[in-house]
Design a protein around this ligand. Structure first.
Ligand code: ZN
Length: 458
Protein backbone atom coordinates (compact mmCIF):
# COMPACT_ATOMS: atom_id res chain seq x y z
CA UNK A 1 0.00 0.00 0.00
CA UNK A 2 1.40 3.38 -1.08
CA UNK A 3 0.42 5.17 2.11
CA UNK A 4 2.20 2.66 4.35
CA UNK A 5 5.31 2.88 2.16
CA UNK A 6 5.29 6.67 2.48
CA UNK A 7 4.93 6.33 6.26
CA UNK A 8 7.87 3.89 6.28
CA UNK A 9 9.96 6.50 4.49
CA UNK A 10 9.15 8.97 7.29
CA UNK A 11 9.63 6.83 10.42
CA UNK A 12 11.63 3.84 9.13
CA UNK A 13 10.31 0.43 8.05
CA UNK A 14 10.64 -1.09 11.53
CA UNK A 15 8.41 1.62 12.98
CA UNK A 16 5.38 0.89 10.85
CA UNK A 17 3.96 -2.22 12.47
CA UNK A 18 1.51 -4.37 10.52
CA UNK A 19 -0.02 -7.87 10.66
CA UNK A 20 1.05 -10.01 13.63
CA UNK A 21 3.09 -7.17 15.12
CA UNK A 22 -0.19 -5.24 15.51
CA UNK A 23 -2.33 -8.25 16.55
CA UNK A 24 0.13 -9.11 19.30
CA UNK A 25 -0.93 -5.88 21.02
CA UNK A 26 -4.21 -5.83 22.89
CA UNK A 27 -7.07 -3.43 22.48
CA UNK A 28 -6.72 -2.04 25.98
CA UNK A 29 -5.77 -2.73 29.58
CA UNK A 30 -9.19 -4.26 30.28
CA UNK A 31 -9.80 -5.96 26.92
CA UNK A 32 -7.08 -8.36 25.81
CA UNK A 33 -8.49 -9.06 22.34
CA UNK A 34 -5.98 -8.28 19.57
CA UNK A 35 -5.60 -4.78 18.19
CA UNK A 36 -7.29 -4.52 14.77
CA UNK A 37 -5.54 -1.41 13.44
CA UNK A 38 -4.39 -1.35 9.82
CA UNK A 39 -0.93 -0.39 11.11
CA UNK A 40 0.73 1.19 14.13
CA UNK A 41 3.11 4.03 13.32
CA UNK A 42 5.81 5.00 15.83
CA UNK A 43 7.39 8.38 15.10
CA UNK A 44 10.59 9.45 16.91
CA UNK A 45 9.94 13.18 17.24
CA UNK A 46 7.51 16.02 16.62
CA UNK A 47 8.83 16.53 13.08
CA UNK A 48 7.94 12.95 12.20
CA UNK A 49 4.50 13.23 13.84
CA UNK A 50 3.94 16.30 11.68
CA UNK A 51 4.93 14.52 8.48
CA UNK A 52 2.86 11.42 9.33
CA UNK A 53 -0.24 13.53 9.96
CA UNK A 54 0.31 15.64 6.82
CA UNK A 55 0.41 12.46 4.72
CA UNK A 56 -2.64 10.96 6.45
CA UNK A 57 -4.50 14.26 6.12
CA UNK A 58 -3.82 14.39 2.37
CA UNK A 59 -5.03 10.80 2.03
CA UNK A 60 -8.08 11.22 4.31
CA UNK A 61 -6.64 8.42 6.46
CA UNK A 62 -8.15 8.15 9.99
CA UNK A 63 -5.57 8.15 12.81
CA UNK A 64 -6.11 6.91 16.37
CA UNK A 65 -3.59 8.16 18.94
CA UNK A 66 -2.41 5.40 21.29
CA UNK A 67 -0.82 5.89 24.70
CA UNK A 68 -0.41 3.22 27.36
CA UNK A 69 -3.90 1.87 26.54
CA UNK A 70 -5.04 2.17 30.14
CA UNK A 71 -8.03 4.39 29.35
CA UNK A 72 -11.48 3.23 30.40
CA UNK A 73 -13.76 4.57 27.65
CA UNK A 74 -12.46 2.79 24.53
CA UNK A 75 -11.01 6.06 23.22
CA UNK A 76 -8.15 4.36 21.34
CA UNK A 77 -9.66 1.10 20.18
CA UNK A 78 -8.65 1.25 16.51
CA UNK A 79 -10.67 -0.40 13.73
CA UNK A 80 -9.22 -2.18 10.66
CA UNK A 81 -9.32 1.00 8.56
CA UNK A 82 -7.55 3.14 11.13
CA UNK A 83 -3.87 3.75 11.75
CA UNK A 84 -2.66 3.77 15.34
CA UNK A 85 -0.22 6.54 16.20
CA UNK A 86 1.95 5.59 19.17
CA UNK A 87 4.41 7.99 20.76
CA UNK A 88 6.10 5.16 22.71
CA UNK A 89 9.50 6.07 21.19
CA UNK A 90 9.13 9.67 22.36
CA UNK A 91 9.98 9.06 26.01
CA UNK A 92 12.72 11.58 26.70
CA UNK A 93 12.73 13.72 29.83
CA UNK A 94 14.34 16.89 28.49
CA UNK A 95 14.91 18.82 31.70
CA UNK A 96 13.79 19.42 35.28
CA UNK A 97 14.03 22.98 36.59
CA UNK A 98 13.91 22.87 40.41
CA UNK A 99 13.81 26.66 40.80
CA UNK A 100 10.96 27.36 38.41
CA UNK A 101 9.55 23.98 39.43
CA UNK A 102 8.88 22.66 35.95
CA UNK A 103 9.62 19.51 33.97
CA UNK A 104 9.91 19.50 30.18
CA UNK A 105 9.43 16.19 28.42
CA UNK A 106 8.10 14.22 25.47
CA UNK A 107 4.55 12.87 25.47
CA UNK A 108 5.43 9.16 25.59
CA UNK A 109 7.05 9.27 29.06
CA UNK A 110 5.14 7.05 31.53
CA UNK A 111 3.40 8.92 34.37
CA UNK A 112 5.46 7.05 36.97
CA UNK A 113 8.72 8.26 35.41
CA UNK A 114 7.46 11.85 35.68
CA UNK A 115 6.71 11.27 39.37
CA UNK A 116 10.16 9.74 39.95
CA UNK A 117 11.98 12.55 38.15
CA UNK A 118 10.16 15.09 40.30
CA UNK A 119 10.94 13.12 43.45
CA UNK A 120 14.67 13.09 42.67
CA UNK A 121 14.58 16.89 42.89
CA UNK A 122 12.55 16.99 46.10
CA UNK A 123 9.48 17.89 44.07
CA UNK A 124 6.08 16.37 43.41
CA UNK A 125 4.09 15.73 40.24
CA UNK A 126 0.72 15.47 41.95
CA UNK A 127 -1.39 13.58 39.41
CA UNK A 128 -1.57 9.94 40.45
CA UNK A 129 -3.73 6.91 39.71
CA UNK A 130 -3.43 3.11 39.53
CA UNK A 131 -2.18 2.85 35.91
CA UNK A 132 0.84 5.09 36.60
CA UNK A 133 3.34 2.54 35.27
CA UNK A 134 1.81 2.32 31.79
CA UNK A 135 -0.13 5.53 31.17
CA UNK A 136 1.72 7.95 28.86
CA UNK A 137 1.94 11.48 30.19
CA UNK A 138 0.70 12.88 26.84
CA UNK A 139 -2.37 10.68 27.03
CA UNK A 140 -3.08 11.77 30.60
CA UNK A 141 -3.07 15.34 29.27
CA UNK A 142 -5.24 14.44 26.26
CA UNK A 143 -7.76 12.90 28.67
CA UNK A 144 -7.28 15.41 31.52
CA UNK A 145 -6.83 12.53 33.95
CA UNK A 146 -8.01 12.92 37.56
CA UNK A 147 -7.15 10.50 40.36
CA UNK A 148 -6.70 10.78 44.10
CA UNK A 149 -4.94 14.12 44.62
CA UNK A 150 -7.43 16.32 42.78
CA UNK A 151 -8.97 17.78 45.93
CA UNK A 152 -5.66 19.53 46.64
CA UNK A 153 -3.85 19.89 43.31
CA UNK A 154 -6.60 19.82 40.69
CA UNK A 155 -6.93 17.74 37.55
CA UNK A 156 -4.10 17.16 35.04
CA UNK A 157 -5.17 20.41 33.35
CA UNK A 158 -4.01 22.30 36.44
CA UNK A 159 -0.48 20.92 36.11
CA UNK A 160 0.04 21.73 32.42
CA UNK A 161 1.91 24.99 31.82
CA UNK A 162 2.74 24.55 28.15
CA UNK A 163 2.61 22.04 25.37
CA UNK A 164 3.44 21.33 21.77
CA UNK A 165 0.80 19.74 19.59
CA UNK A 166 0.42 18.73 15.97
CA UNK A 167 -2.80 19.54 14.15
CA UNK A 168 -4.52 17.14 11.75
CA UNK A 169 -2.83 18.72 8.71
CA UNK A 170 0.63 18.46 10.26
CA UNK A 171 0.92 22.05 11.52
CA UNK A 172 3.05 22.17 14.68
CA UNK A 173 1.69 24.46 17.42
CA UNK A 174 4.48 25.13 19.88
CA UNK A 175 3.10 26.66 23.04
CA UNK A 176 5.79 25.59 25.53
CA UNK A 177 4.94 28.22 28.15
CA UNK A 178 6.82 27.87 31.49
CA UNK A 179 4.95 30.43 33.57
CA UNK A 180 1.96 29.93 35.84
CA UNK A 181 0.50 33.22 34.66
CA UNK A 182 0.20 34.02 30.98
CA UNK A 183 -2.82 35.92 29.74
CA UNK A 184 -1.43 36.84 26.33
CA UNK A 185 -4.61 36.07 24.39
CA UNK A 186 -6.25 32.65 23.98
CA UNK A 187 -4.83 29.82 26.10
CA UNK A 188 -4.40 27.48 23.15
CA UNK A 189 -3.14 24.52 25.18
CA UNK A 190 -6.66 24.04 26.50
CA UNK A 191 -7.73 22.95 23.00
CA UNK A 192 -5.65 19.80 23.43
CA UNK A 193 -6.27 19.04 27.13
CA UNK A 194 -9.18 16.72 27.74
CA UNK A 195 -10.15 16.59 24.06
CA UNK A 196 -8.96 12.99 23.74
CA UNK A 197 -6.82 13.47 20.65
CA UNK A 198 -9.70 14.73 18.50
CA UNK A 199 -8.24 18.22 17.89
CA UNK A 200 -4.50 17.52 17.78
CA UNK A 201 -1.73 15.23 19.02
CA UNK A 202 0.22 16.40 22.09
CA UNK A 203 3.93 15.71 21.47
CA UNK A 204 5.81 17.64 24.19
CA UNK A 205 4.93 19.21 27.53
CA UNK A 206 5.99 21.64 30.22
CA UNK A 207 4.43 20.50 33.51
CA UNK A 208 4.18 22.28 36.80
CA UNK A 209 5.82 20.57 39.79
CA UNK A 210 5.09 21.28 43.47
CA UNK A 211 7.21 21.07 46.58
CA UNK A 212 7.15 17.50 47.87
CA UNK A 213 5.36 17.15 51.21
CA UNK A 214 7.60 16.24 54.14
CA UNK A 215 4.90 14.51 56.14
CA UNK A 216 1.76 12.53 55.41
CA UNK A 217 -1.08 11.69 57.78
CA UNK A 218 -3.63 9.05 56.86
CA UNK A 219 -6.77 7.83 58.59
CA UNK A 220 -9.76 5.64 57.91
CA UNK A 221 -12.94 6.69 59.66
CA UNK A 222 -16.51 5.40 59.77
CA UNK A 223 -19.60 7.62 59.55
CA UNK A 224 -23.20 6.83 60.40
CA UNK A 225 -24.92 9.24 58.04
CA UNK A 226 -24.16 10.88 54.73
CA UNK A 227 -24.62 14.30 56.30
CA UNK A 228 -21.76 13.43 58.69
CA UNK A 229 -19.52 12.67 55.72
CA UNK A 230 -20.09 16.04 54.08
CA UNK A 231 -19.70 17.87 57.38
CA UNK A 232 -16.50 15.95 58.06
CA UNK A 233 -15.14 17.10 54.69
CA UNK A 234 -15.85 20.73 55.54
CA UNK A 235 -14.49 20.38 59.06
CA UNK A 236 -11.22 18.69 58.08
CA UNK A 237 -10.62 21.03 55.14
CA UNK A 238 -11.11 24.07 57.36
CA UNK A 239 -9.16 22.70 60.34
CA UNK A 240 -6.17 21.59 58.23
CA UNK A 241 -5.80 24.90 56.43
CA UNK A 242 -5.46 23.57 52.88
CA UNK A 243 -3.35 20.47 53.54
CA UNK A 244 -6.16 17.94 53.02
CA UNK A 245 -4.94 15.92 50.04
CA UNK A 246 -7.41 13.02 49.78
CA UNK A 247 -10.98 12.40 50.86
CA UNK A 248 -12.09 9.05 49.49
CA UNK A 249 -15.45 7.64 50.48
CA UNK A 250 -16.61 4.02 50.35
CA UNK A 251 -20.19 2.97 50.81
CA UNK A 252 -20.76 -0.07 53.04
CA UNK A 253 -21.06 -2.69 50.26
CA UNK A 254 -17.73 -1.61 48.80
CA UNK A 255 -15.97 -1.76 52.16
CA UNK A 256 -17.44 -5.16 52.95
CA UNK A 257 -16.34 -6.60 49.60
CA UNK A 258 -12.71 -5.46 49.90
CA UNK A 259 -12.36 -6.53 53.56
CA UNK A 260 -13.93 -9.99 53.28
CA UNK A 261 -12.13 -13.08 51.87
CA UNK A 262 -11.30 -13.91 49.14
CA UNK A 263 -10.28 -10.22 49.07
CA UNK A 264 -6.83 -9.80 50.58
CA UNK A 265 -7.75 -6.86 52.80
CA UNK A 266 -8.72 -7.12 56.45
CA UNK A 267 -11.18 -4.67 58.05
CA UNK A 268 -9.42 -1.90 60.04
CA UNK A 269 -12.85 -0.89 61.39
CA UNK A 270 -16.09 -2.87 61.97
CA UNK A 271 -18.02 -3.75 58.81
CA UNK A 272 -21.42 -2.38 59.81
CA UNK A 273 -21.02 1.35 59.31
CA UNK A 274 -22.86 2.92 56.37
CA UNK A 275 -19.87 4.99 55.16
CA UNK A 276 -16.07 4.84 55.38
CA UNK A 277 -13.74 7.71 54.59
CA UNK A 278 -10.06 7.38 53.74
CA UNK A 279 -8.57 10.78 54.39
CA UNK A 280 -5.09 12.09 54.06
CA UNK A 281 -3.27 15.33 54.71
CA UNK A 282 0.27 16.30 53.83
CA UNK A 283 2.43 19.12 55.13
CA UNK A 284 5.90 20.42 55.84
CA UNK A 285 6.52 19.56 59.51
CA UNK A 286 5.97 15.96 60.61
CA UNK A 287 5.56 16.60 64.36
CA UNK A 288 3.22 19.56 64.16
CA UNK A 289 1.23 18.14 61.22
CA UNK A 290 0.55 14.87 63.02
CA UNK A 291 -0.63 16.68 66.15
CA UNK A 292 -2.89 18.98 64.17
CA UNK A 293 -4.33 16.07 62.19
CA UNK A 294 -5.13 14.10 65.34
CA UNK A 295 -6.63 17.17 66.98
CA UNK A 296 -8.87 17.86 63.97
CA UNK A 297 -10.00 14.25 63.91
CA UNK A 298 -10.63 14.37 67.67
CA UNK A 299 -12.86 17.41 67.19
CA UNK A 300 -14.84 15.50 64.54
CA UNK A 301 -15.31 12.55 66.92
CA UNK A 302 -16.44 14.88 69.71
CA UNK A 303 -18.89 16.57 67.37
CA UNK A 304 -20.38 13.14 66.60
CA UNK A 305 -19.39 13.20 62.91
CA UNK A 306 -17.18 10.12 63.21
CA UNK A 307 -18.30 6.83 64.76
CA UNK A 308 -14.92 5.11 64.71
CA UNK A 309 -11.44 5.88 63.40
CA UNK A 310 -8.01 4.42 62.84
CA UNK A 311 -4.91 6.50 62.14
CA UNK A 312 -2.08 4.90 60.17
CA UNK A 313 0.98 4.67 62.40
CA UNK A 314 3.41 3.43 59.75
CA UNK A 315 3.93 3.56 56.01
CA UNK A 316 2.92 -0.12 55.82
CA UNK A 317 -0.37 0.63 57.55
CA UNK A 318 -0.96 3.59 55.29
CA UNK A 319 -0.42 1.38 52.27
CA UNK A 320 -2.82 -1.26 53.58
CA UNK A 321 -5.55 1.38 53.99
CA UNK A 322 -5.00 2.61 50.43
CA UNK A 323 -4.94 -1.00 49.15
CA UNK A 324 -8.58 -1.33 50.24
CA UNK A 325 -9.56 1.71 48.22
CA UNK A 326 -7.56 0.52 45.20
CA UNK A 327 -8.68 -3.12 45.20
CA UNK A 328 -10.08 -3.43 41.66
CA UNK A 329 -9.41 -7.19 41.50
CA UNK A 330 -12.32 -7.89 43.82
CA UNK A 331 -14.73 -6.51 41.23
CA UNK A 332 -13.36 -8.56 38.36
CA UNK A 333 -13.88 -11.66 40.52
CA UNK A 334 -17.64 -10.97 40.40
CA UNK A 335 -17.85 -10.88 36.61
CA UNK A 336 -17.36 -8.09 34.14
CA UNK A 337 -17.72 -4.84 36.09
CA UNK A 338 -19.54 -1.94 34.43
CA UNK A 339 -17.73 1.12 35.78
CA UNK A 340 -18.93 4.71 36.03
CA UNK A 341 -17.23 7.98 36.93
CA UNK A 342 -20.07 10.43 37.27
CA UNK A 343 -19.93 13.76 39.07
CA UNK A 344 -22.54 15.91 40.74
CA UNK A 345 -22.77 18.41 43.58
CA UNK A 346 -22.07 16.82 46.95
CA UNK A 347 -25.44 18.09 48.21
CA UNK A 348 -27.23 15.96 45.57
CA UNK A 349 -25.27 12.76 46.13
CA UNK A 350 -27.21 10.96 48.83
CA UNK A 351 -30.50 11.33 47.04
CA UNK A 352 -28.98 10.44 43.67
CA UNK A 353 -27.26 7.30 44.96
CA UNK A 354 -30.47 6.15 46.64
CA UNK A 355 -32.37 6.54 43.36
CA UNK A 356 -29.74 4.77 41.25
CA UNK A 357 -29.34 1.84 43.65
CA UNK A 358 -33.11 1.38 43.86
CA UNK A 359 -33.41 1.38 40.07
CA UNK A 360 -30.54 -1.07 39.65
CA UNK A 361 -31.96 -3.39 42.28
CA UNK A 362 -35.33 -3.42 40.61
CA UNK A 363 -34.21 -3.67 36.97
CA UNK A 364 -30.91 -5.60 37.20
CA UNK A 365 -31.08 -7.64 40.43
CA UNK A 366 -28.41 -10.12 39.22
CA UNK A 367 -25.75 -7.40 39.39
CA UNK A 368 -24.03 -6.42 42.59
CA UNK A 369 -23.76 -2.69 43.17
CA UNK A 370 -20.94 -0.66 44.68
CA UNK A 371 -20.42 3.04 45.28
CA UNK A 372 -17.21 4.82 46.19
CA UNK A 373 -15.26 7.80 44.98
CA UNK A 374 -13.43 11.06 45.33
CA UNK A 375 -16.18 12.74 47.29
CA UNK A 376 -14.28 15.94 47.82
CA UNK A 377 -14.26 16.44 44.04
CA UNK A 378 -17.97 15.65 43.63
CA UNK A 379 -16.86 12.49 41.79
CA UNK A 380 -18.45 9.11 42.46
CA UNK A 381 -17.58 5.75 40.97
CA UNK A 382 -20.42 3.29 40.64
CA UNK A 383 -19.75 -0.32 39.73
CA UNK A 384 -22.29 -2.93 38.71
CA UNK A 385 -20.71 -6.37 38.57
CA UNK A 386 -22.26 -9.50 37.09
CA UNK A 387 -22.53 -11.58 33.93
CA UNK A 388 -21.28 -9.65 30.87
CA UNK A 389 -24.10 -8.73 28.48
CA UNK A 390 -24.51 -5.89 26.01
CA UNK A 391 -28.19 -5.45 26.84
CA UNK A 392 -27.53 -5.35 30.57
CA UNK A 393 -24.76 -2.84 30.06
CA UNK A 394 -27.04 -0.43 28.24
CA UNK A 395 -29.81 -0.91 30.80
CA UNK A 396 -27.41 -0.31 33.68
CA UNK A 397 -26.12 2.83 31.95
CA UNK A 398 -29.66 4.16 31.75
CA UNK A 399 -30.17 3.60 35.47
CA UNK A 400 -26.98 5.50 36.31
CA UNK A 401 -27.05 8.31 33.75
CA UNK A 402 -30.70 9.33 33.52
CA UNK A 403 -31.02 10.50 37.14
CA UNK A 404 -28.03 12.81 36.52
CA UNK A 405 -29.80 15.07 34.06
CA UNK A 406 -32.22 16.66 36.53
CA UNK A 407 -29.35 17.22 38.97
CA UNK A 408 -27.07 18.81 36.35
CA UNK A 409 -24.41 16.17 36.91
CA UNK A 410 -21.79 14.95 34.47
CA UNK A 411 -21.58 11.57 32.73
CA UNK A 412 -17.81 11.76 33.06
CA UNK A 413 -15.88 13.27 35.94
CA UNK A 414 -12.45 12.00 34.95
CA UNK A 415 -12.38 9.11 32.44
CA UNK A 416 -13.57 11.06 29.39
CA UNK A 417 -16.08 10.15 26.69
CA UNK A 418 -14.27 8.02 24.05
CA UNK A 419 -16.66 5.72 22.26
CA UNK A 420 -18.27 4.44 25.40
CA UNK A 421 -20.13 7.45 26.74
CA UNK A 422 -20.88 9.19 23.50
CA UNK A 423 -24.56 8.15 23.44
CA UNK A 424 -25.00 9.84 26.83
CA UNK A 425 -23.06 13.04 26.24
CA UNK A 426 -26.17 15.09 25.52
CA UNK A 427 -27.40 14.41 29.07
CA UNK A 428 -24.57 16.61 30.34
CA UNK A 429 -24.05 19.08 27.50
CA UNK A 430 -26.59 21.36 25.82
CA UNK A 431 -27.19 21.68 22.05
CA UNK A 432 -25.32 25.02 21.82
CA UNK A 433 -22.32 23.54 23.65
CA UNK A 434 -22.25 20.48 21.38
CA UNK A 435 -22.58 22.72 18.33
CA UNK A 436 -19.60 24.81 19.40
CA UNK A 437 -17.58 21.63 19.95
CA UNK A 438 -18.46 20.51 16.41
CA UNK A 439 -17.40 23.90 15.02
CA UNK A 440 -14.04 23.61 16.80
CA UNK A 441 -13.60 20.10 15.43
CA UNK A 442 -14.45 21.26 11.89
CA UNK A 443 -12.00 24.17 12.15
CA UNK A 444 -9.07 22.10 13.44
CA UNK A 445 -9.75 18.79 11.73
CA UNK A 446 -11.95 19.46 8.70
CA UNK A 447 -11.44 15.98 7.24
CA UNK A 448 -12.21 14.22 10.53
CA UNK A 449 -9.04 12.13 10.55
CA UNK A 450 -8.13 12.52 14.23
CA UNK A 451 -9.74 9.91 16.46
CA UNK A 452 -12.90 10.10 14.33
CA UNK A 453 -16.18 9.13 15.94
CA UNK A 454 -14.78 9.47 19.46
CA UNK A 455 -16.11 12.08 21.92
CA UNK A 456 -18.50 13.78 19.46
CA UNK A 457 -20.76 11.70 17.23
CA UNK A 458 -19.73 12.23 13.57
ZN1 ZN B 1 -11.28 7.78 40.12
Amino acid sequence: MDLLRTLQDIVGTENVLTGDDVRRRSVSWADHSPCQALAIVRPANTGQVSKVLAVCHAAGQPVVPMGGLTGLVRGCVAGPHEIGLSLERMHRVESVDPVNRTITLEAGVPLQVVQQEAEQHGLLYPVDFGARGSAHIGATVATNAGGNGVIRYGMTRDSVLGLEAVLADGTVISSMNRMIKNNAAYDLKQLFIGTEGTLGIVTRLVLRLREAPRSVQTAMVACGEFGDVTQLLKHMDAALGGSLSAFEVMWNEFYRLVTTPPARGTPPLGQDHPYYVLLEASGGDAGRDQARFEEALGEAIEAGLVADAVIASSEAQRESLWALRDDVESFFRLGMPVTFDISLPVTEMEDYVREVLARLEQEWPAYRRFVFGHLGDGNLHIIAAGPPSREARHGIERCVYEPLAAREGSVSAEHGIGLEKQPWLSLSRGPAELDLMRRLKAALDPKHILNPGRVLPD
